[in-house]
Structures are given as C-alpha cells and as structure tokens.
Design a protein around this ligand. Structure first.
Ligand code: SF4
Ligand code: SF4
Length: 359
C-alpha cells in the first residue's frame, strides 16, 4: 500500500462516449514511437467485447486465495488491431483516402452496437477505461524483473524503463489489459496517471478535458475530496470487476436509468429496465444494488425539491468542483522545488519527455 493514493471516480450516467478523453490522452502520451496502437485511455460500449478484443476473457489478476491467475497476451493484429495510416500525400492527386491496410479490429470497433432487440429491448452505455493504479497490481506481481512499481508517494503504478526487459508477464498478469508492449523499444508501457501534471496540481488530461464532466480526481485519504466522499461516504462509486482481486483505485458510479422495455405494440412495459442487473453485478460486484438504491433515493429527493449534497456533487456545477489536487504535498515529498523532481527512474527511460519540463 502506498502512503497516499491518487484515485479517480467516473460517473457513467454522464458519459456521452465522445472519446475526447481518449484523444486528450493519445495526443499527450501515445501518438508516436511504437505507442501508436496503445490507448492508455479508451471508452468502450457495453455490452461489448472492448479493447483489446475480449479483454475480460484473457485472464490475469488473482483468485479468491490471492494466487496469481494465468493470463494471455493479446495478439497485436487480431486483438488490438494495427494502427492504420492513410495515404494523405496522395489525396491532392484526387486519390481516395484509404487505410494502408485493411483494418480488422481497433479501439471502439464495437461502438454503439450494444445488446437487445431493436426497438423493444436494445440498450448500451459507455465505460471509459484506464489503468486502475491498483493496490494489489497484477502487473507488479507478475514481473520477474521488479520493473513495474507502485510509487509510495501517490500509488501511481509505473514501469521502470531501464529494468524492463520486455518479457510481457505484466501484460498477462493485468486482468484489465492496461499495460502494453512497445515494439520499437522492446519495453512495456502504461498509463502514468499524468503524474507530471498531478505533481503540479493539475488533474489528468482525460479528466480535465472530459466534456461530460464525469471524472473526479483526488487523494483518497483527503476526506474533503470528491473521490473519498463518493467511494467512502456516499458509497456510490465501485471498482470495475472487483473479482479480479487487484483492488483498483479507479471507481465508477454505475448506470442508474435505462428506458423501459417496449411490448410488441411499442408501449413501455411498466417497471422494466433494459440493463440487466446481473450484468451490473458482473461488472461492479454485489455492492451495486446498494449504490443504485442510494443514487435513486437521492435523485428522488432532488426531484422533489429537497437538497441533496450527493446529487450536487455528481452534477458538478463548476469544473473545479471535480478535482482536489495538492501540489504542496509533492513539494514536501521531494523536499525541493516541484519543477525539478519527478520519478527519476521513469524519466530516464521515457521518450516523450521534454527535458525543459523538468528543469
Ligand atoms: S490496471 Fe493492470 S496495469 Fe494498471 S495497476 Fe492494475 S494490474 Fe497493473
Ligand atoms: S470525454 Fe468524458 S464524456 Fe466524453 S467519452 Fe470521455 S469520459 Fe465520456
């Protein structure tokens, strides 16, 4: 366990699947140097197979006794999809824009497909995914080189680029498949929770750019933080697939409403809902029942004109209401000016680093 833990809560009731977060992350961290196919943040349509393809079926994590479960490494072409390029240079010769090879899979491939029978029972919702910076990370447990590590200062999980030898046990060990192999450098890489931003008191790129204002970021031990309150006080935010045993630090407010099912005449069937409860149990565990009840009763209160601090928090009237950052804390951690220090082990091997950032 880290001394403090940076955490995120995402309210799935507000996600519109716009992928702004995905693009914000990609342009900041993974648009070159062998990272082209990586999506440290991606947004998936549920129900769906996601990215990499069928990641929930690929194993990793821990069993109920705490033993590491075997996992598979996704196939680069079949499960992630090749990051295709286009013939931009030829378009001024009136040639059609075409990908350089036939795409067979990619992030967001099953966008808005969902499940059910249109128009009576069909439904879908979005789940954004990133590394959970777990308390019990499968990637760390699986690495024989001690190259994947969890920072004591804020619990961010990073890959030491000097120690990593590209064995990829970490990829098999992560049940969320949120650690990737860089074929150019021969090392593993992953979401860094935008630690250079967080150290300066700025939230992650995906959170700051989020159009739906679904993402709350802060330290879990800060009782004033939204993440602490949503997880521990109101108990409406839950980890994804808690059965994997990695104890994630990214939490989700589960989807509360879906339209009623329609009968053969197109009339709503009273008291029905399109999202099966078993599906939410599988994704968020049995705690989801209580979380949904609490959300519903607070929402009913608000609709009746009564105050609800929980609903006000989830609405997030101002963007600044969503983040509780603490750059002063990092100054204490490093004992010198915040502009200088970062995790040195990471910076040494990182290729998207601008040296001027760290002077
Ligand atoms: S989500 Fe995967 S990569 Fe991230 S800390 Fe957990 S086990 Fe490691
Ligand atoms: S930017 Fe926000 S609303 Fe848009 S897809 Fe990402 S998490 Fe959802």
């Amino acid at each position: 366990m880290a001394k403090r833990q940076m955490a995120m809560v995402m309210d799935l009731n507000k996600c519109i699947g716009c992928q702004t977060c995905t693009v914000a992350c990609k342009t900041q961290w993974t648009n070159r140097n062998g990272r082209d196919y990586m999506y440290w943040n991606n947004v998936e349509t549920y129900p769906g197979v996601g990215y990499p393809r069928n990641w929930q079926e690929l194993g990793g994590g821990f069993d109920a006794m705490g033993n590491i479960k075997p996992g598979k490494i996704p196939d680069m072409r079949r499960d992630y999809g090749i990051a295709w390029e286009y013939n931009y240079a030829e378009t001024h010769q009136a040639k059609q824009l075409v990908p350089h090879e036939e795409p067979i899979w990619g992030p967001n491939w099953d966008e808005d497909v969902g499940s059910g029978e249109f128009p009576r029972t069909n439904y879908f919702y979005y789940i954004p995914r990133l590394c959970n910076h777990c308390d019990n990370p499968g990637c760390v447990a699986a690495c024989p080189r001690d190259a994947v590590f969890k920072r004591d200062s804020d619990g961010v999980v990073l890959v030491d680029q000097d120690r990593c030898q590209g064995y990829r046990y970490c990829i098999a060990g992560c049940p969320y498949k949120k650690i990737y192999f860089n074929p150019k450098t021969g090392k593993s890489e992953k979401c860094i929770f935008c630690f250079p931003r967080q150290e300066r008191g700025v939230p992650t790129s995906c959170a700051q750019q989020c159009v739906g204002r679904i993402r709350f970021v802060g330290f879990m031990d800060d009782e004033q933080s939204q993440v602490h309150q949503l997880v521990h006080k109101y108990k409406v935010a839950l980890p994804l697939r808690p059965d994997y045993g990695t104890q994630p630090n990214v939490y989700y407010v589960p989807p509360l409403f879906s339209p009623a099912k329609h009968d053969a005449n197109g009339k709503p069937i009273e008291g029905t809902t399109r999202i099966p409860r078993e599906e939410l149990h599988k994704l968020f565990g049995p705690e989801v029942d209580g979380a949904l009840e609490r959300l519903k009763s607070e929402m009913d209160k608000r609709k009746a004109g009564e105050p609800s601090a929980l609903i006000d928090m989830l609405v997030a009237f101002k963007q600044s209401d969503m983040f509780r950052m603490d750059s002063n804390y990092y100054k204490e951690v490093y004992g010198r000016r915040i502009a200088a220090p970062l995790d040195e082990r990471y910076v040494r091997g990182k290729f998207t680093t601008s040296p001027t950032l760290y002077r």
